[in-house]
Design a protein around this ligand. Structure first.
Ligand code: VGL
Ligand code: ZN
Length: 210
């Protein structure tokens, strides 16, 4: 059985200077690069929105960033325009080592629904292909890192746990948005309560896998 490393949304728009910059995001890049050789399989996700995506505040006249609207009976937080397909904002950060990535999972491409999780959209209607990809390669344990702890990392972890994976969150290799103070700690608690192991990068680096 194999261990996969899932690098969540290490894209320019979530990094320093990006349109939805996650505080201190760039600090995770060297950590994630150092961790990569310790896994059998490396998957990177890309938030991948069309310009008219329902998560953008600009597509909801009268609303602003941080407001929550209901789209198709699903609560939707409104964000600045970010990670638009085939623009520099959706590219991986240039300092991320992409040479070992085995698979890129795109999410949020349907303009009508957001997708924080790397497995399913927010209504659990459609799959991204990650579940089958991992199943076909006999992966049973996941290690998550990246952006943002309180959104895409969290929802990816919760779906992975519900699917039966052993899930490890490499806490110091994640950063959160924290729209509200305390959101990051709350996300960590939620993931832990659902069965995730919260670990530090040091624990991976000190362990020998092979
Ligand atoms: C994310 C907000 C909007 C994330 C993506 O990667 O956590 N957050 N889209
Ligand atoms: Zn997004």
């Amino acid at each position: 059985m194999k261990k996969a490393f899932i690098i969540v949304d290490l894209q320019n728009d979530f990094c320093h200077g990006g349109s939805l910059a996650v505080p201190d995001a760039n600090a995770v890049i060297p950590v994630i690069n150092q961790l990569q050789p310790y896994f059998d399989l490396i998957i990177a996700t890309k938030d991948w929105h069309p310009q008219d995506h329902t998560s953008f505040a600009t597509n909801h006249p009268g609303y602003k960033v941080g407001d929550v609207v209901t789209v198709d009976a699903i609560p939707q937080v409104l964000w600045p325009c970010h990670c638009i397909q085939n623009t520099p904002g959706s590219d991986f950060h240039v300092q991320l080592d992409t040479s070992k990535i085995n698979k890129i999972i795109f999410k949020g491409a349907d303009k009508a629904i957001d997708s924080y999780s790397a497995f399913f959209d927010n209504a659990h209607r459609r799959e991204t292909g990650l579940k089958d990809y991992l199943h076909d390669r006999h992966v049973d344990e996941l290690y998550l890192a990246g952006l943002a702890t309180d959104y895409c990392v969290k929802y990816t972890a919760l779906d992975a746990l519900a699917l039966g994976y052993r899930v490890n969150i490499i806490e110091d290799a994640c950063r959160g948005v924290a729209l509200h103070p305390g959101d990051i700690a709350k996300a960590i608690e939620e993931m832990q309560a659902a069965g995730a192991n919260i670990i530090q990068s040091k624990q991976v680096l000190l362990r020998s896998f092979c």
